[in-house]
Design a protein around this ligand. Sequence first.
Ligand SMILES: [Zn+2]
Length: 460
Amino acid sequence: MKCDMLIKNGSVVFPGKGVQQVDLMVERGKITGILEKSDHIEALQVVDAIGLHVFPGLVDAHEHLGIYNSPEEDFLDTKQHAVAGVTTVVNYDRQIQSYLELFPKFQEIGEKNSYIDFTYSLGILTEQHIDELEETVRRFGLTSFKFFRNYERQLNDKFKISNGINLSSHDLVRLLTKFKSISPKLLLAIHCENMDINRSLIKDYKAAGADDGMRTWSLTSPGYAEAESLLSTLYLNHIVGGNVFIVHLSSGASVDVLEKVPWLMESGVKVETCPHYLTLTEETEMGLDAKVGPPIHGQRDSDRLWEGIANGVINAIGTDHVPNSRAVKYGPGNGTFDVLYGFPSVGALLPMMITEGHLKRGLPLERIADITSYQVAESFNLPQKGRIEVGADADFAIVDIHRKKTITPGLMHSRGDYSVFDGREAAGWPVYTINRGEIIVKDGQPLKENGRGQFIRRFI
Ligand SMILES: [Zn+2]
């Protein structure tokens, strides 16, 4: 009998464990063997990974498909994710309507247009969302949600509604309590930023006529605004015994805090940062192309974030990918306060982590696999993803960690027409991307059609 696929002669990167010379057997889309020798096994398809590293397919749990363009258009962009080695995306969306009514449409759009496997984290914005939470979890298999501390006391104005929640500390406590009563597997992803500080500073800098691009933008949300919100979030989570995932950590001040509060992290709190906070500073020549919230700060911040990864207080990477074009981003104007948030970034995810993390800073490859796949899959309740184990989905990014390419928007395969990493040289590009046992990218070229990705139902 022949198996479906053998991946031979590669250096296999087991998240958090190490790198081993083993062959991988794949049948019906699953990993069915991890073998020291596979000469006795016949396969319908053999992938020769000699000289290459076999990572688990990456899980990007932080994207905003459908935020500036239609979700149909943005899900087409998931081809770019596959080129980058990403095989699973957990997309954020937030709407004021009932998710019981809305979500079947999201799922259908993803199933028609996604190139890779996907699921969603939905923003909790209204009392109705809270009332319908348990039904939303059970009916659609959604187990992760988002809490926007950055919209605190703004929802009713922002969306012109009257049933918006305050997103106050009290709301955080009652939501975490409700989550826990439904299932300990429910996850609340939290944007931490003290908006009293942020909004007051924006007002002051605007009034003073400050308009020095990324430098001004950085000043509007100093590291301590994030660190203070982070600390209160972790403390309230500790009181409740909840399950939180801190998104897009951006500042050295937050790492300073995290290192001092292991007792608040004991329950397994995960903390994410993004490639742009690790590799860019406010001095970047990309200017306001790199405007994002929270802002990118200075070199010390990026150095401290790398230290946080090395010492374990940061344990997940997400991209915060937004597939917008320059025309969209600069639509409202070119001023510091006019340019819209976010940029396309997933295309450079693995090369940035391998080049800046492994090759420059000596971060072990198994640590990179851990924070770009396994830890994310664990947090987001995806037990079949992000790991190289018998029984897991056969999702792989097979990578040449030495061949360098210069990043261009074209290389990113996105409809976004710019890249904040433009012109940087990076190694670590996937040669093959495999999703559920199917080769979907070879030598940087997508081989399949959109619509092949599957919605992943999650269970409590
Ligand atoms: Zn985001």
